[in-house]
Structure formats: structure tokens, C-alpha cells
Design a protein around this ligand. Structure first.
Ligand code: HAM
Length: 431
């Protein structure tokens, strides 16, 4: 038997209804905040992620699905391509490639699969889905303003509340900018020097290449050492400090609760200033439901103009897991309103006609088969979770009046054809 590759999975009904529910709530909220959708390619040139996300990150150094193109055209040959591990670099590439600033497109969102070769476990997959958004533009358009950071965070709080996901925590930090990073890196290297020998091989490498990445370490034995290291928050320069204060002040004013976490540096190199994660207790070890932050130098690192930006990506797999925990999940699952049961030879066409009439009224109708006996039709209707079964037999067709049975209460009534939509779904038909 051929199975789905490790770390990938099929999303099946009824869960897909939850995915659609989450995505449609996201689209509504994005609309309210004036974000528009962007769809970038599933694969990009490897260099985009090396330069954007950073060579020393776990994502780029260990987790990418990369291959060399075997195209026949000379221009394709040997080009290194990578399945996108995240969507910020691709969005910023598109922003530069299409000069989106000229079109005033500065608030973009995306929904789609991402790929990382991680060790699969609950809430961690090799193909996973992100719902993300980016606010990017020239500084003259206000994209550097702490008001943007606060707006994005407030939008996320609104979205989670609208999805009735309770019990989340917003963890907030500022990771400074290129200006204060140099002093921090120096202090970090100095503090690491006497202790790094007893840390894991990854940390020993990071201490030389990119000491900030030491904070990504998950090795339990290294944690007590990491606890003693200096924090970026102690090194913020005046503009970064003021920016962070302003973000916090707006969040307090608009009533979005947060917790400061000065260990939070995020696993991608492009971050500057505000960095954040929303965690959720019910998720277990992989408890980050979403992450994001500011990336004021990313556009320039990718060869574009100065374009400060801030964004986030929600792990949709984890979002749906949180929805499953909440009581509202059941109400989202779609069941047919009516099961139209053709009973007896020659009834298929009549049943099809009735189903067509009902569906025109937005009624969700499932259709049986004339070869089914009454018992089998009832079984099929119950299995489909239908509210009603509609019996289409020879006598009913002659009288143009049909037996409609409520499968939950057992109540059965006789309904003339014209009244059927109203009886099956009173609210929808009145609308
Ligand atoms: P990230 O923290 O790498 O950030 O990923 C964001 C979210 O994607 C995580 O919080 C998690 O919920 C989900 N996620 C990541 N890896 C996996 C996985 N293997 N399986 C399931 N879910 C996963 C970014 O990707 C940035 N691009 C976010 C961003 C946008 N920053 C600024 N703009």
C-alpha cells in the first residue's frame, strides 16, 4: 500500500469544514482591516530563503526541501529551487518584483501550504498550512510606525476571539535593530566564550556564526546556560526602546493583554524590533499557534528599496486543533438538511427533480437511489446525518404531496410539493 509521505496528511471531512470555517472567518477579518490576498509560488529560488530567512537558521540549514532543476533549457539547468518553508520572503520578493508600492498595495494576506523537514509530531508536520499577513511599504507611508505593530496584534486578538479560541497568551519582545545588534552580539559572544564548550554542537556553531540563534536551542542541558546569557532587551537603543514603549502603550489602551518574554528571538533572521508569538495551552509541546514580527531590513536584503514591514503567520493546523478543543466545533460541521429517498422503480428522475428544486433554495440535499429499500434509505439518511428524509414513491408523485420525516424527533408530515422548501428550512426560505 502506498501511504502519504511522512509528515504529510490528508485533510478529510468533516475536519475540512473546520478548515473552511477558519479560513472564511480570516477572510472576513482581513477585509475589515483592509488586507488583500496574495498568492505566491509554492517553490522559489533557494537563494531567496538563504538571504531572507538566514543561512544560520534551523529552517535554512536543516529543514528545506531543496533540489536542483533538471530542466532542458540552459537557463533552468542547475538552478537550485526550494519548496517554500514560509511565505514572508516570497511576499516581499513579489512586493519588490511588481513594485507593489506604486499600486498602494501595502497590506497583503495569504493562506497556503509551507514545507519544512522537521521531525513530525502532534501539531508539527512537513507540509503544514499558514494563514499570514504582511504590512509593508515605504516609511513615508507609515509602515515603520508602532501603530502598525499594534494594529496587527489587535487584529490577531480579534480574530482569535471571533473564532472563540480562549486561553491564548501573547508573548512580546523587541529584538532591536542592526544598530544595537552589534553591541548585543559582542556581549553575547563574550558571555558564551567560557561556557560554550559544554553546549551542544549547534550552539557551538551558532556562537561563532550568529550568536542570537543560541536562543533557538531546545536541548534541555543547555537551558540553564542560556538562562544566564545577556538579553537583547538590555541593549535596545533609544529609537528601538521608544518604538517598543509606543507599541505596548497602544496595546494597553485598546485592551489587548500581553506578557513580556525577553528570551523570545524567533527562529528567522529577518526580525527587527517587535517580535511576538501567541501560545495556547491546549496545544501541548508545539504550543505556538502563530508567530511574527517586524522585518525592517528584509526588502533591502532582497535587493529592494527600503520598506519596513511587520507581519505574522498562524499555523492553520494548530488553529484548527484549537477549534476542535472548543465547543463551537460541532456547530460548524455541515450536515445535509434533507435526504431525498427515491422509492421504487422509475423514481430516480422525480427524486432528482425534487432535489434540484430544494437546492435552488440553498437547501443542502443528498440523493438516494430507487433500488434502495425503505430501510436502507433510512440507514443512508441517518449515516449522512440528515435532518429530514423525504419519501418519493409512486403514490406521493401521483398526489404531488410527499412524506417528510424529521429524523431526530420521528415526526412525519405530508407536504405538498410547493410547501417543501418552507417546511425543510423555514429560516432560509424566508430570507
Ligand atoms: P514561524 O514562527 O516559523 O514564522 O511560523 C509561524 C507559525 O507556523 C508557527 O507559530 C506555527 O504555528 C506554524 N508552524 C511552523 N512550523 C510548523 C510545522 N512544521 N508544522 C505545523 N505548524 C508549523 C514564520 O513562518 C514567519 N514567516 C511569520 C511572519 C510573517 N513573520 C513576519 N511575517
Amino acid at each position: 500500500m502506498i501511504k502519504a509521505p511522512r509528515g504529510t496528511r490528508d485533510l478529510l471531512p468533516p475536519d475540512t469544514a473546520l478548515w473552511n470555517f477558519a479560513e472564511s472567518a480570516v477572510r472576513d477579518v482581513m477585509r475589515a482591516y483592509n488586507f488583500q490576498e496574495i498568492r505566491t509560488p509554492i517553490f522559489e529560488s533557494t537563494e531567496l530563503f538563504a538571504r531572507g530567512v538566514g543561512e544560520d537558521t534551523d529552517i535554512v540549514s536543516k529543514e528545506m526541501f531543496t533540489w536542483e532543476d533538471r530542466g532542458r533549457a540552459e537557463s533552468d539547468k542547475g538552478q537550485s529551487l526550494t519548496l517554500r518553508p514560509e511565505n514572508t520572503a516570497g511576499t516581499v520578493r513579489a512586493y519588490i518584483e511588481h513594485k507593489l508600492w506604486d499600486r498602494g498595495l501595502n497590506k497583503l494576506f495569504y493562506i497556503g501550504p509551507q514545507f519544512r523537514r522537521e521531525r513530525p509530531q502532534k501539531g508539527r508536520y512537513r507540509q503544514f498550512y499558514q494563514i499570514g499577513a504582511e504590512v509593508i511599504g515605504p516609511a513615508s507611508a507609515g509602515s515603520e510606525s508602532p501603530a502598525r505593530d499594534a494594529e496587527v496584534l489587535e487584529m490577531l486578538a480579534t480574530l482569535l476571539d471571533r473564532l472563540r479560541i480562549s486561553g491564548w497568551t501573547l508573548e512580546l519582545n523587541s529584538v532591536g535593530c542592526a544598530h544595537d545588534r552589534a553591541a548585543f552580539n559582542q556581549a553575547l559572544r563574550k558571555a558564551l566564550e567560557p561556557v560554550v564548550g559544554s553546549m551542544c554542537a549547534d550552539c557551538q556553531r551558532r556562537a561563532i556564526t550568529n550568536p542570537l540563534r543560541v536562543f533557538d536551542c531546545k536541548v534541555p542541558a543547555d537551558q540553564p546556560i542560556i538562562e544566564t546569557l545577556p538579553r537583547i532587551s538590555q541593549f535596545l537603543d533609544e529609537p528601538c526602546r521608544t518604538h517598543f514603549e509606543a507599541v505596548k502603550e497602544i496595546l494597553i489602551k485598546v485592551g489587548v493583554p500581553f506578557t513580556l518574554n525577553d528570551r523570545l528571538v524567533r527562529g528567522l533572521d529577518y526580525y527587527t524590533r517587535t517580535a511576538f508569538e501567541f501560545t495556547h495551552g491546549a496545544l501541548g509541546a508545539q504550543n505556538a499557534i502563530l508567530g511574527g514580527g517586524r522585518y525592517d531590513g528584509l526588502s533591502e536584503a532582497l535587493g529592494g528599496p527600503a520598506a519596513p514591514g511587520i507581519g505574522f503567520a498562524i499555523g492553520e493546523d494548530r488553529l484548527v486543533m484549537s477549534l476542535q478543543e472548543s465547543a463551537s466545533a460541532e456547530s460548524v460541521l455541515k450536515r445535509p438538511d434533507v435526504y431525498v429517498a427515491a422509492l421504487g422503480a422509475g423514481m430516480n428522475s422525480e427524486a432528482a427533480r425534487l432535489a434540484r428544486e430544494l437546492r435552488r433554495h440553498d437547501i443542502v440535499a443528498d440523493l438516494g437511489d430507487e433500488t434502495f429499500r425503505l430501510k436502507k434509505s433510512f440507514e443512508a439518511a441517518t449515516k449522512a446525518g440528515a435532518k429530514y428524509i423525504l419519501i418519493v414513491g409512486e403514490n406521493e408523485v401521483k398526489a404531488d404531496t410527499f412524506a417528510l420525516k424529521n429524523l431526530a424527533t420521528g415526526e412525519q408530515i405530508s407536504v405538498p410539493r410547493a410547501d417543501l422548501p418552507q417546511k425543510v428550512l423555514p429560516q432560509k426560505v424566508q430570507e
